[in-house]
Design a protein around this ligand. Structure first.
Ligand code: FEO
Length: 399
């Protein structure tokens, strides 16, 4: 396999030895329309070191890439920056086949790896500030707890100024072009934003703190080597740091998002009237029918929203299932700085609006109305109320 799965050199002694998953379309509930990569890195120093591994089914592809540079049993050390199985799934078999001298992880990483696998060797814990001598190169470690798992850490290759950042600055974007500057920047930004929204948004305050502490360390960084998608290098690194600062802060944008589902078109009509009201105030509006969208796209839109309006019919005394799915998902992601409202059509009892309000309250969305309910089909007066709600939301975002 090493004849066709080749390593790619990215720095003086660092090779990309990961795998490209062109076909994945669902990553634990996150729609990955552009596939992904599992990046792993081989440092050919006096002590040869592998940074992270890949998802288990891609183990042989990774080992073939390593074998295109060195015999795999020459690996001395493995560093596991993150225990989630897209980066550690191959680790148990790699340990068996490579028999490294040592494997390193953060203290929480040691616990997490041992909770996942029956490994053939003890993992050595490393903490923030610890250094690992590779002979002619040096690694240092920075724990990044809860970014996005308790075990997460960064590893820094001092002499070549490469920061291995596991999921941070990553994106689900399968590309054979390893660097961001070799790809379409609009796709990169969208996928990076989607990754932030769906994976990192709940930890926004920690990200702000991490960016500040890494800035204080004054580490020169030539390459920010994430475990997913194309990597940022040189001037592009400050670009992604600026994106992260903004997404983590999530200022209340002058933009409203309406999501809805509909049974016979009534809730859709109500949403259209609300959208018209919002638009009449000059505020940007995006309407997302859930019949043709998915939860991870909605989450991405939330990063640039100031208002979140949710339309659900009532079915069998409950909100519509597609709304329950998306709202449950968003509640966990903890978007912030939003105003919002609920609306929907009903036939008998109309519980959906109240149930949506509860979700929005749990998400700390500032409700600006008790919500609008309409029996069966909206008439002129109902649509007027919807339009006026839109105007109220738009005016509030203009404040
Ligand atoms: Fe790419 Fe948190 O794993």
């Amino acid at each position: 396999m090493k004849e066709y799965f080749k390593a790619k050199k990215i720095s003086e002694s660092v090779y990309w030895v990961g795998a490209i998953d062109w076909g994945i379309r669902d990553f634990h509930g996150y729609a990955t329309r552009r596939g992904t990569t599992y990046n792993a890195f081989l440092i050919v120093a006096e002590k040869i070191t592998l940074i992270d591994t890949v998802k288990a089914p891609f183990k042989n592809e990774m080992l073939a890439r390593i074998a295109s540079v060195i015999d795999i049993d020459k690996i001395d050390y493995i560093v596991s920056n993150h225990a989630e199985m897209d980066h550690s799934g191959a680790l148990p078999d790699v340990i068996k086949e490579v028999q490294p001298e040592k494997v390193f992880a953060s203290p929480m990483g040691v616990k997490a790896l041992n909770a996942h696998f029956d490994l053939d060797m003890e993992i050595t814990p490393v903490k923030t500030g610890d250094e690992l001598d590779l002979g002619n190169k040096t690694l240092s470690f920075i724990e990044t707890k809860l970014l996005h798992w308790p075990d997460s850490m960064f590893t820094y290759l001092k002499e070549e100024e490469v920061l291995f950042t596991q999921d941070a600055f990553g994106m689900h974007f399968a590309s054979a072009n390893l660097f961001v500057d070799q790809n379409d920047i609009s796709i990169v930004k969208r996928e990076c934003e989607k990754y932030f929204a769906n994976i990192l948004m709940p930890y926004s305050s920690k990200i702000t703190a991490l960016l500040a502490s890494v800035a204080e360390m004054n580490l020169p960084i030539k390459i920010a080597a994430s475990d997913h998608g194309p990597m940022f290098r040189n001037d592009d690194i400050s670009t992604v740091i600026n994106w992260y600062s903004e997404w983590a802060t999530q200022p209340r944008a002058k933009k409203a998002i309406i999501i809805y589902d509909t049974m016979w078109g009534s809730t859709a009509k109500m949403g259209n009237a609300i959208a018209d009201g919002i638009s009449s105030t000059g505020i940007e509006i995006k309407v997302i029918p859930l019949a043709s969208s998915d939860r991870s796209e909605v989450a991405t839109e939330m990063l640039e929203a100031g208002a979140f309006i949710v339309g659900s019919p009532t079915i069998n005394n409950q909100l519509f299932p597609s709304l329950a799915d998306v709202l449950t998902y968003l509640k966990g992601l903890k978007p912030h700085n939003l105003i919002g409202a609920a609306y929907g059509s009903f036939g008998w009892s109309g519980e959906a609006v109240k149930q949506v309000n509860q979700y929005l309250t749990d998400m700390d969305v500032e409700l600006i109305s008790d919500g609008i309910k309409c029996k069966y089909v909206p008439r002129k007066d109902d649509l007027k109320k919807c339009f006026e709600l839109g105007v109220e939301i738009g005016n509030k975002l203009q404040d």
